[in-house]
Design a protein around this ligand. Structure first.
Ligand SMILES: Cc1cc2nc3c(=O)[nH]c(=O)nc-3n(C[C@H](O)[C@H](O)[C@H](O)COP(=O)(O)OP(=O)(O)OC[C@H]3O[C@@H](n4cnc5c(N)ncnc54)[C@H](O)[C@@H]3O)c2cc1C
Length: 381
């Protein structure tokens, strides 16, 4: 007997899963809250594990074509002195294409172009579900419902369905807020991704394709701080003006209307992703702080693993459980490590900065190398 399945949320997790299921011949409907599927945010850095997942989805070449591959990643102090260097070229040779950057909009349009338009239902904000025997009824904000046998929940960190399943799931504020923007490079020829960690906050520079650059700046602040919300580009420039170039120049090139601001939050790791015929994926299951640049990467991995399990198991409740088993430990590892890395990167006390930078400079490359091995090893090769 044929089974019906739907996806709630048309972000990276939802669209990649729709594509993964389409590739396996499984028909799925996607219900998206917005009136139009579009990317929110600026740029994305994606690592070798995500590129392997795109390969599984059959779109690796097109994704790479739409973005840019960089050779090194540097962490610097505010004067520009290197704290840590990662040779992405060497990593790419060992683990496959790494240090890849792309505009979110480009990735979204590419994913969207792979899915039939009639599969996608926009302006459908799920608000709750109800179990009716073996089926599930999804209730939407517009008063409509959808009956289905199985649900893949991909509606992001604030997922109302996850909140219904796990009422005490906890969204945590990381203690810093983050501005982002994409700018034209102008005369700047940027060739590496970098983060600069200093006493006045952290700023990352991510060169993109098409002569654009994505930057982000994280400042420690209280949650929802009105003073932070009031800051304009000039104020950010003023904060970072003594940092090394090209930081002040890049900020100068930014327009106020292109600034995005988000308090950095994550989902405290939860113990369960599969609930009989409902499964959580992407940020709905394991939203992480962006410090390791792995949130979207893990969403693409989820899509591949879930599609594999749904094809290999006739019983989809069991498939959801097997997906959970493969994903819990790995995604918890990312969330916890990313949280801790953020604490280290945001240190603003000058004495502690000196100690941190000294220790990081002393860290042998082999230690970093071991971490990458763990991060980039996927279980679907
Ligand atoms: C500042 C910042 C920088 C980041 N940088 C990186 C990076 O460099 N690399 C990386 O890998 N990751 C990065 N991430 C993480 C990445 O953005 C997320 O992990 C990824 O977008 C998660 O995708 P998702 O589809 O699970 O969720 P989302 O992107 O949140 O998508 C959820 C979708 O569901 C829809 N939706 C929401 N609620 C409902 C509802 N009730 N019903 C129906 N639809 C709904 C939304 O409109 C949206 O389309 C960053 C995150 C932040 C905040």
């Amino acid at each position: 007997m044929s089974k019906s399945i739907c996806i709630i949320g048309g972000g990276i997790a939802g669209l990649c899963t729709a594509l993964a299921l389409k590739n396996k011949g499984i028909e799925v409907s996607v219900f998206e809250a917005s009136s139009e599927i579009k990317a929110l945010g600026a740029g994305l850095g994606m690592a070798a594990n995500a590129i392997k997942a795109f390969d599984k989805l059959g779109i690796k070449a097109e994704v790479i074509e739409a973005g840019r591959v960089l050779d090194t990643f540097q962490i610097r102090d505010d004067k520009g002195k290197t704290i840590s260097t990662i040779n992405s070229k060497a990593i790419s040779q060992k683990y496959g294409t790494d240090n890849f950057t792309i505009r979110r909009g480009r990735l979204h349009s590419l994913l969207l172009s792979k899915i039939a338009q009639e599969q996608i239902h926009t302006s459908k904000r799920a608000i709750s579900f109800e179990k009716t025997g073996q089926s599930i009824m999804i209730h939407f904000q517009d008063g409509s419902q959808h009956y289905t046998d199985y649900v893949i929940v991909a509606d992001g960190i604030h997922s109302p369905i996850r909140k219904q399943l796990i009422p005490n799931s906890q969204i945590r504020y990381a203690g810093y807020t983050c501005w982002r923007a994409v700018v034209d490079n102008g005369p700047l020829a940027l060739t590496e991704t970098s983060e600069t960690w200093g006493p006045k906050g952290r700023i990352g520079i991510v060169p993109l394709a098409d002569n654009k650059t994505y930057w982000f700046a994280c400042l420690s602040a209280k949650a929802n701080d009105p003073d932070m919300k009031a800051l304009k580009v000039h104020d950010l420039w003023d904060n970072f003006k003594d940092y090394h170039e090209p930081i002040p120049s890049i900020l100068k090139q930014t327009k106020d209307e292109h600034l995005l601001l988000n308090d950095i939050i994550d989902l405290k790791p939860i113990k369960q992703y599969a609930f009989d015929n409902i499964v959580l994926i992407g940020d709905a299951a394991h939203a992480t702080t962006p410090n390791m640049g792995q949130g979207a990467c893990q969403a693409v991995e989820d899509a591949v693993v879930l599609a594999e399990e749904l094809t290999q198991n006739e019983d989809w409740t069991l498939a959801f459980k097997k997906y959970e088993k493969r994903r819990l430990k790995r995604t918890h590892f990312i969330v916890n490590n990313s949280w801790n890395l953020g604490k280290i990167a945001q240190i603003e006390n000058k004495a502690l900065i000196l100690i941190r930078n000294f220790l990081l400079r002393m860290t042998p490359a082999s230690v970093n190398e071991k971490q990458f091995g763990k991060l980039y090893k996927v279980d679907f090769e």
